[in-house]
Design a protein around this ligand. Structure first.
Ligand SMILES: CC(C)(COP(=O)(O)OP(=O)(O)OC[C@H]1O[C@@H](n2cnc3c(N)ncnc32)[C@H](O)[C@@H]1OP(=O)(O)O)[C@@H](O)C(=O)NCCC(=O)NCCS
Length: 153
């Protein structure tokens, strides 16, 4: 897994474990950038995240700076389409603009390639300049805007 120096401490990316889930859920709940504006649950349940960390097609990563939880990334690989969907990437506010998001993204792309993916995509709000910039930084191309549409089954 990848590591780099951040403000004199080492930032590391590793697989998410069940002991990260409280931090992951808290950070997600405090991130308006990932809210969809519908009445559906706005983030995954603890059970869903637990399954994600154990899944062969799930990529669930956590970042640490020193001993502190610094962020997470969730992605899914589909062997049928050979696509990867980057579902969520969030870095804790105090660790932003220090390379942690880039580190998580680079490790996720590495894992996607190992799984067999030849394509990765994500949904980003049009006003989320930071994430759009990070994606461009990582070689993503920006396309058209879509409306979020969903229903519960
Ligand atoms: C978007 C986010 C994940 C970026 O994480 P990060 O750790 O700050 O990103 P990095 O430090 O690796 O940034 C890498 C590059 O991306 C670009 N970038 C990142 N954040 C930026 C911002 N707020 N404004 C402009 N450019 C930004 C810069 O080019 C940056 O390189 P630089 O710092 O050398 O200029 C983080 O801001 C975040 O968690 N935001 C809230 C949640 C969110 O929006 N998630 C995405 C939902 S789709």
């Amino acid at each position: 897994m990848k590591a780099r120096r951040v403000s004199g401490r080492t930032a590391r990316v590793r697989r998410m474990t069940s002991s990260d889930l409280t931090n992951v859920i808290r950070l997600a709940r405090n991130s308006p950038e990932i809210q969809t504006g519908t009445s559906a649950a706005q983030f995954y349940s603890e059970g869903a995240l637990r399954r994600w960390t154990r899944s062969r097609s799930g990529i669930a990563l956590a970042a640490e700076v020193g001993d502190a939880f610094a962020g997470f990334l969730l992605a899914l690989y589909s062997s049928e389409s050979t696509d990867s969907y980057l579902s969520d990437l969030v870095v804790a506010p105090e660790f932003r603009r220090q390379g942690v998001g880039g580190l998580l993204m680079a490790e996720a792309i590495h894992s996607m390639r190992l799984l067999g993916a030849d394509h990765v995509y994500c949904l980003v709000k049009g006003n989320n300049a930071g994430m759009l910039k990070l994606c461009e930084h990582q070689g993503f191309e920006l396309g058209q805007s879509f409306v979020w549409v969903e229903r519960m089954l």
